[in-house]
Design a protein around this ligand. Structure first.
Ligand code: NAD
Ligand code: MG
Length: 384
């Protein structure tokens, strides 16, 4: 039995992506059953055997008992604060409530905040950790594909303001990230698709091998195959960690972290128009956004049309949005353009675009005229 256990443990050994930053570095562990073994995995990193878990109601029901049991087994005291699921929990009101609850439990500077949930919980809990007592240690246990490949790596935390999404926030790096592939088994397929769009995006930006891997294994990822999911998360995390290490606070004037915005200028405009009510998931906006970025790149003569066809073929084969026909509503090019000019990545009144010289060759530019974008949107099916 001992030998079987050892071999089993070997099979289950998580992959590690090391995130190396100038003042701080940490590991992202990726593999099955990490939530059940979180206590043992985290104990060496915790400054105090005390944590406060912030989670949402849906995730609490599915995954919290295993996490609590594992903390209990390792003698770590854990309190829980639960918020309602959904983007509304990234509000100032909810932030205030969580903060007051947290402070009423008598936390100390060495108490660690643990985010258990998707990007909403990660962003909210991270911002709470960044600001409570001027900064507490922070651990991410992301439970959506999107949060495992994207929001849990990079240290951006924040909440939404009336004026827009993610306008209040801080950079606050975690001390560890546990990406449990088993947790993704309960995730609805539509949420997996949304996370998958960010993986395809990573390949398009600078990793043509990842893009080719997606073409071969995308179906398995979306069907929830655990090995394919873990491999996709490993590759996408490694990619994001490399980009973040090169430009931690998004200060590079060309390229850098801004490249991660490929497809997002268009995607955010659609999200702003539809109002974050669940009609469009962020990743669905990114899917059509990367198609539009490639289409614009082809039109301006940067990218070969074959790469546009290859991208569209891949997204279509998985039922992901590639055109405005995917939506029930019709869009106005002028209104989408107006949303783009409200983007927080504007500089001197110019909209930042990420374009492509082909698959795996992204670059940033502020030289695209609004007339060019407007014409593209109309050709792609928007009304003027
Ligand atoms: P989410 O956190 O709202 O999760 C989506 C839904 O899935 C929720 O209803 C949640 O309760 C449920 N859920 C979570 N895990 C589950 C599981 N294992 N099984 C079943 N259901 C589960 O959404 P998300 O897509 O993970 O994150 C979106 C948020 O992330 C946005 O607010 C976005 O701004 C943010 N984000 C942040 C960064 C960053 O760098 N900080 C990057 C990308 C996105
Ligand atoms: Mg995104």
């Amino acid at each position: 039995v001992q030998r079987v256990r050892e071999v089993l443990e070997e099979y289950r050994r998580p992959e590690t992506v090391h995130v190396s930053l100038s003042h701080h570095s940490y590991d992202v562990l990726i593999g099955p059953d990490l939530i059940s073994r979180a206590g043992a995995r985290l104990a060496p990193h915790l400054p105090q055997k005390r944590v406060v878990i912030i989670t949402d109601a849906t995730v609490a029901e599915l995954h919290l008992p295993r996490l609590l049991a594992s903390f209990e087994d390792t003698g770590i005291r854990a309190d829980v604060i639960s918020v309602p699921g959904g983007e509304e929990s990234k509000s100032l009101a909810c932030y205030g409530e969580v903060m007051n609850q947290l402070l009423s439990t008598g936390i100390e500077r060495k108490t660690t905040i643990v985010a258990l949930g998707g990007g909403v919980v990660g962003d909210l809990a991270g911002f709470v950790a960044a600001t409570a007592l001027r900064g507490l240690p922070f651990v991410q246990i992301p439970t959506t594909l999107l949060s495992q490949v994207d929001s849990s790596v990079g240290g951006k935390t924040g909440i939404n303001a009336a004026a827009g999404k993610n306008l209040i926030g801080a950079f606050h790096q975690p001390i560890a990230v546990l990406a449990d592939s088993s947790a993704l088994a309960t995730l609805p397929r539509r949420q997996r698709v949304a996370g998958y769009a960010e993986i395809v995006k990573s390949g398009l930006i600078a990793d043509p091998e990842l893009f080719a891997w997606c073409e071969a294994h995308g179906h398995a990822v979306l069907d929830g195959d655990p090995a394919a999911l873990a491999e996709a998360v490993r590759q996408a995390c490694a990619f994001k960690a490399a980009v973040v290490a090169a430009d931690e606070k998004e200060q590079a004037s060309v390229g850098g972290r801004a490249l991660l915005n490929l497809g997002h200028t268009f995607g955010h405009a659609l999200e702003a128009e539809l109002g974050y009510d669940g009609r469009l998931l962020h990743g669905e906006g990114v899917s059509i956004g990367i198609h539009l970025a490639m289409a614009l790149s082809v039109e301006l003569g940067y990218a070969p049309v074959e790469d546009l066809h290859r991208l569209d073929r891949h997204l279509r084969s998985l039922g992901m949005p590639v055109s405005f026909d995917w939506f029930r509503e019709s869009f106005s090019a002028d209104i989408l353009l107006r949303h783009m000019t409200r983007d927080k990545k504007m500089q001197d009144g110019k909209v930042a675009f990420v374009l492509l010289r082909g698959i795996g060759k992204a670059f940033t530019t502020r030289e695209i005229s609004s007339e060019t974008v407007r014409n593209l949107l109309i050709r792609e099916g928007c009304c003027p």
